[in-house]
Design a protein. Structure first.
Length: 318
């Protein structure tokens, strides 16, 4: 059975092993695949593994040997599920592999906005502390998380983990999102409307999937509901935020700051308006990419394919 990975480099740049997949069939791994190369490289594959390569309906029609597509991520908007189902192609994803890592990155961004660790370290290295007349100094205001309100948009696995950590910091946690309506919240975690969440939160963190309903959810109207001192965190999907609106809100002081691990286009254009926005931290979509999370991703992908080969597919999304 021929197994082809179209974009394997970000998952495994060489620090992990593909041996689990090699044991299941003839494995071909491409580090990166441009969209115009997808057909040539996918042709003849019975099992195709993708991350960001797009498989639209027209492409699926041209791949008669294809029986299985494994999305090497939790989100699966890169494939036309209806067309895959029509052609009898099983599609799976890799759920919950990065929950702890993304929650950790969420608080890394929050803590950097609150304490400015890197900026203070840079000032020390530049000689500021050595020349200071006092034993302590602050280049920026320092903020304590205890008793602050953390608003979570999207209350799936990651949202719940972030809420648990927020409670450990002594924060008041409120949640909004379709999944929040279907899950019981724990003590001291309360459901509210989106408008209430935006207006009450000191920190708003986004953990919802990208859907037609959530695309552009954080726009200028909703940003105006937030406190001028509030921070916005996004480790979910870039298009949930209207970037021009967020840049305006930051530069005009409508909100206090932002920490983003995702953008609407990745890699971004050099003229992205957020690159010149006030108090905006941006990291290159790395929340999911700890060594431990990437190893879990590969292990789950192997188990998905093994289950498919054995006739009992798991983590099927179509």
């Amino acid at each position: 059975m021929k197994i082809v990975i179209l974009d394997g480099y970000t998952i495994n740049p060489g620090d992990l092993s593909w041996d689990g997949l090699k044991a299941l069939g003839e494995l071909v791994v491409y580090d990166r695949t441009a969209q115009e190369q997808v057909y040539e490289r996918a042709a003849g594959a019975e099992i195709l593994l993708i991350n960001k390569a797009v498989l639209g309906g027209d492409m699926l029609k041209k791949l008669p040997d294809l029986k299985y597509v494994g999305v090497l991520a939790t989100g699966y908007n890169v494939i036309d599920l209806e067309e895959a189902t029509r052609h009898g192609i099983i599609v799976t994803n890799v759920p919950a592999y990065s929950t702890d890592s993304v929650a950790q990155m969420t608080f890394a961004l929050i803590l950097e906005l609150c304490l400015h660790v890197q900026r203070h370290s840079d000032s020390v290295m530049s000689g500021r502390w050595a020349s200071c007349p006092d034993f302590s100094y602050r280049e920026y205001p320092l903020i304590e998380l205890a008793s602050k309100t953390l608003g979570i948009i999207g209350y799936g696995n990651i949202g719940r983990k972030v809420g648990q950590i927020g409670c450990r910091f002594g924060m008041n946690v409120i949640v909004a999102g379709s999944s929040a309506r279907n899950r019981p919240t724990k003590k001291n975690i309360y459901r509210v409307s989106l408008a209430e969440l935006l207006s009450q939160s000191d920190i708003v963190t986004i953990h919802c999937p990208l859907t037609p309903e959530t695309r552009g959810l954080i726009n200028i109207d909703n940003l105006r509901l937030m406190k001028p001192s509030a921070f916005l965190i996004n480790t979910s999907r870039g298009p949930v935020v209207v970037e021009q609106d967020l840049a305006f809100a930051l530069n005009e002081g409508l909100i206090g700051g932002a920490g983003l691990d995702v953008l609407s286009v990745e890699p971004p254009s050099p003229d992205n308006p957020l690159f010149n926005a006030r108090n905006c931290l941006i990291t290159p979509h790395i929340a999911w990419a700890t060594l431990e999370a990437r190893k879990r991703l590969i292990d789950i992908a192997v188990n998905n394919i093994r289950a498919f080969i054995n006739g009992s597919p798991i983590n099927v999304v179509n």
